[in-house]
Design a protein around this ligand. Structure first.
Ligand code: SAM
Length: 304
């Protein structure tokens, strides 16, 4: 069912493509996950593999990392870069973690990491349609084999549903104005590209400060297209069945909607003890080196 890449050849035929992605909070991930030699750890969001690599170093030589990503191109690119035979690469969404472990005949694991959101490499690829700074098709799917592109949502949803998405998932105050403009615009010509949508939003939302007015609307459509809130809910619900007693989970989120869910899951469940009372954030040095780290919030919990 899943693409389980158990036996990774040491020498790959094609040249690995360098990644521009810098992993956030690397030392903090290792501190809170506390991986030990011989353990089995899941990296639920492989991305460019920075965290997977650090975990693999800690649990080698007898441990095992199961690294998932819903984006097949991230799996392909990263497994060319990291040639460590203790890593199993799996193309799957983390909301399928239970099935993935069943297929690998693993009942429970010692730790799970999820570093939510997207990688710089995905953002930089104009063909993915994730960035309002790059002209490309308005797609936004992390897994192009599933679901509908953002252009289809923008073309088909009624004004009320568009406004709800932009307000609830983008926390954009001017959601109704943007939804109305989308409906008016698509009667004249389809909104097909990132630039079409970004320019429409910029006409509706006055610029304030350094943030591009299109930021929140792009976030909203990305979350909707990839069902990110639903996936996170399912993942949080299935985690207890995947972790050993004493096993640890570390989740890094990048916006308040995600962080609220993670905080509530750790606080309201009798199965978890929160290890971090407040979210752990990057220090000034990391914030300076890696702008993405400024909005990262790490929470950790232990399964009782
Ligand atoms: C922030 S990046 C992870 C970076 C990684 N920790 C590193 O050190 O390079 C997030 C990754 O999670 C993937 N992703 C997003 N939603 C996912 C989901 N539901 N299931 C699996 N992977 C997902 C994205 O495709 C992306 O590659």
């Amino acid at each position: 069912m899943f693409d389980l890449d158990r036996d990774l050849p040491i020498n790959q035929p094609s040249e690995p493509i360098a990644s521009r992605h810098a992993s956030v909070l690397p030392a903090e991930v290792i501190h809170w996950l506390d991986p030990q030699p011989g353990q089995i750890i899941v990296d639920a969001t492989l991305g460019a593999g920075g965290h997977t690599r650090l975990i693999a170093e800690k649990i080698s030589p007898s441990g095992r990392v199961i690294s998932l990503d819903c984006d097949p191109s991230m799996i392909e690119a990263t497994k060319k870069r990291i040639t460590n035979s203790i890593i199993t690469f799996v193309h799957a969404s983390f909301d399928q973690l239970r099935q993935v472990l069943d297929e690998l005949k693993i009942q429970t694991v010692d730790g799970v990491l999820a570093d939510l959101g997207i990688c710089s490499d995905q953002l930089d690829d104009s063909q993915r349609g994730l960035s309002f700074q790059r002209e490309g098709p308005l797609d936004m799917r992390l897994d192009p084999t599933r679901g509908m592109p953002a252009s289809a949502l923008v073309a088909q949803l009624d004004e009320r549903s568009l406004a709800d998405i932009i307000f609830q998932l983008g926390e954009e105050r001017l959601s109704r104005r943007i939804a109305k403009a989308i409906v008016l615009q698509r009667k004249v010509s389809p909104i097909r590209t990132t630039t079409d949508l970004a320019e429409l939003v910029r006409r509706c939302v006055p610029r304030s400060g350094k943030i591009d007015p299109a930021t929140r609307t792009f976030q909203a459509f990305r979350i909707a297209v990839n069902c990110e809130m639903e996936s996170l809910d399912s993942f949080l619900k299935m985690l207890p069945s995947c972790l050993k007693p004493g096993g640890r989970v570390v989740i890094i989120s990048f916006h308040s909607l995600e962080d609220r869910k993670v905080k509530a899951a750790f606080r309201d469940s009798s199965i978890f003890v929160a290890l971090t009372k407040k979210p752990v954030q990057a220090g000034t040095e990391e914030e300076f080196q890696n702008a993405r780290s400024r909005s990262a919030k790490l929470r950790a919990a232990m399964r009782v």
